[in-house]
Design a protein around this ligand. Structure first.
Ligand SMILES: *Cc1c(COP(=O)(O)O)cnc(C)c1O
Length: 527
């Protein structure tokens, strides 16, 4: 019997690995370098130890009688076994350092190593938010300069640095809108959100106590300006518009939208998650935006995915600046930086709605984002957005003969290309194509979003991919798309070459089984 699996059923018996087409399934479940790693409890055991410790001297009542009386049951392994276990697990992850991450809407770009080097400098990495200000001048200057870049790039007069992600920034912006309206005694109750919006937009508006109403899209995938105007009125607090929108398209009527909303007494929130497409080219302030979050972890390259970390500063117009949350970093006449922690009549902080977080925000992300900006310079950032848009349009044009591209007729896209599942046969779906991409060694694209397109596939290469890397991706995508159109039965059970087959799309993420219990029959077999 295989020592490793200690009487566990084989992977075939568990039906976790189905025989592949060629019938060359291995006994261990391993496939050459792709190792089917058991749990650490299965590898090690409680009666082994990887180290020799001297017998502890007997000390009377060392822990006041609270000494542990039973073993804690952690498995013992040698150092090599431990290192291999975790290294093997890490190799089962997909990461931007392993390959192109085509996720649309998420802007998963390469994070230059220089950013990491800067973020790890002791003066940034080893400081505490309650340190005296004289001892953290460099960190405060970093926040101040990053804030300055964000204001200049967006053409907005104020920025709150503390929100910790895009969704948190949305809440910050909507709370500022609520405060401004309440301050003028005109609370209002409805926020209008386009049908194609990211789910966080309606969730944010509802969380802040607003009723959410849809704005329809027109045939070109943009906000229907006339429908929006028709809905505006004294009950509408504002709109949340994503620009470029989640179909990867610029909203050419943005200025007209803002003017109409302002005329009706409302305020304009812009979801800036797609800023990567326009940074250095368009200033949202010029389009009449009152508040917009910027996902530093998307546009400015700081790493994300797997749940964090993020950073979502929010820029504000003159109308909303007084309501922005504390704290702010300011500089005094002697050139010393300090945190503004309370409302003050100076520099528009007189009516702050409060705080989003205990301290000032995500220092590590600030350092990475500013490093990215300084290493590109203003001209470089303009080239970033141009190259991101060029790469996405290259993908759109290279795939539109094989995949339906619902808005390709209305002109070029911005930073992401959108396709639908129209023309797939044999009941194959977008999900099947995505699973087929895993077999080809790629993380799938964003699926079934935006909701306005059937079986949506949203692909965003970002500017950090070379033409060669994009051509390889296009080759893989074309081949799987061809199979989907031809109705290839094998796609329905893909992936065939991953460590696990199809997991339950919902339960695998929502109810993962994270506690290991030795099944009784294995315990018996081990005796
Ligand atoms: C990513 C994203 C968000 C949310 O940002 P987080 O940083 O993940 O909270 C909101 N809207 C759009 C369009 C996005 O792509």
């Amino acid at each position: 019997m295989n020592m490793l699996t200690k009487g566990r059923p084989t992977k075939q018996e568990e039906n976790l690995i189905m025989p592949d087409q060629t019938g060359t399934q291995t006994d261990t479940g391993n496939r050459a370098l792709m190792v089917d790693e058991p749990l650490i409890f299965e590898r090690g055991s409680a009666d082994r130890s990887g180290i020799d410790l001297p017998e502890a001297p007997a000390v009377e009542n060392r822990l006041g009688g609270l000494d542990r009386s039973t073993d804690i049951g952690l498995p013992g392994l040698s150092e090599a076994e431990t290192v291999r276990h975790y290294t093997r697990l890490s190799r089962q992850n997909y990461a931007i350092d392993v390959g192109l991450f085509p996720l649309g809407s998420c802007t998963m770009k390469h994070n230059p190593r220089l950013n990491e080097k800067m973020a790890r400098l002791k003066g940034f990495a080893d400081i505490h938010p309650l340190q005296p200000m004289e001892s953290v001048q460099g960190a405060l200057q970093t926040i101040y300069e990053l804030a300055d870049w964000l204001k200049k790039l967006t053409g907005m007069p104020a920025v709150a640095m503390s929100p910790k992600a895009g969704a948190h920034g949305e809440l910050c912006g909507i709370l500022a809108i609520r405060s401004a309206l309440e301050a003028r005694g005109d609370a209002r109750e409805v926020i209008l959100v386009p049908e194609s919006a990211h789910g966080t937009n309606p969730a944010t508006a509802a969380f802040a106590g607003y009723k959410v109403e849809d704005i329809p899209a027109n045939d070109a995938g943009r906000v229907d300006l006339e429908a929006l105007k028709a809905r505006l009125g004294p009950d509408v607090a504002g709109v949340m518009i994503t620009n470029p929108n989640t179909c990867g398209l610029f909203e050419p009527d943005m200025k007209a939208i803002s003017d109409a909303v302002h005329e009706a007494g409302g305020l304009v929130y812009c979801d800036g998650a797609n800023f990567n497409a326009i940074v250095g080219r368009v200033r949202p302030g010029d389009l009449g935006v009152d508040a917009m979050h910027i996902n530093l972890h998307k546009t400015f390259s700081t790493p994300h995915g797997g749940g964090g970390p993020g950073s979502g500063p929010v820029v504000f117009s003159e109308a909303l600046a007084p309501y922005a949350p504390l704290p702010f970093v300011e500089i005094n006449e002697e050139g010393h930086y300090f945190l503004v922690e309370e409302e003050t009549a100076e520099d528009h902080h007189e009516s702050s709605f409060g705080r989003m977080v205990a301290f000032h925000g995500q220092m590590g992300m600030f350092t990475r984002a500013l490093t990215y900006m300084l290493s590109h310079g203003a001209d470089g950032l303009k080239q970033v957005s141009e190259d991101a848009v060029l790469n996405a349009n290259y993908i759109l044009r290279q795939l539109e003969d094989i995949l339906d591209a619902p808005f390709a007729h209305s002109g070029p896209c911005m930073h992401e290309a959108l396709f639908s599942d129209k023309g797939f046969s044999n009941e194959l779906s977008t999900l099947d194509l995505a699973k087929g991409m895993i077999d080809e060694g790629y993380h799938p694209m964003t699926m079934y979003f935006p909701l306005v397109v059937h079986g949506a596939m949203l692909v965003e290469p970002t500017e950090t991919e070379s033409k060669a890397a994009i051509d390889e991706f296009i080759g893989a995508f074309r081949s799987v798309a061809k199979r989907a159109k031809a109705g290839d039965e094998a796609l329905k059970t893909a992936p065939h070459h991953a460590p696990r087959r199809r997991l339950d799309e919902t339960l695998a993420a929502r109810k993962p089984i994270l506690v290991w219990k030795e099944p009784e029959e294995f315990a018996e077999a081990a005796e």
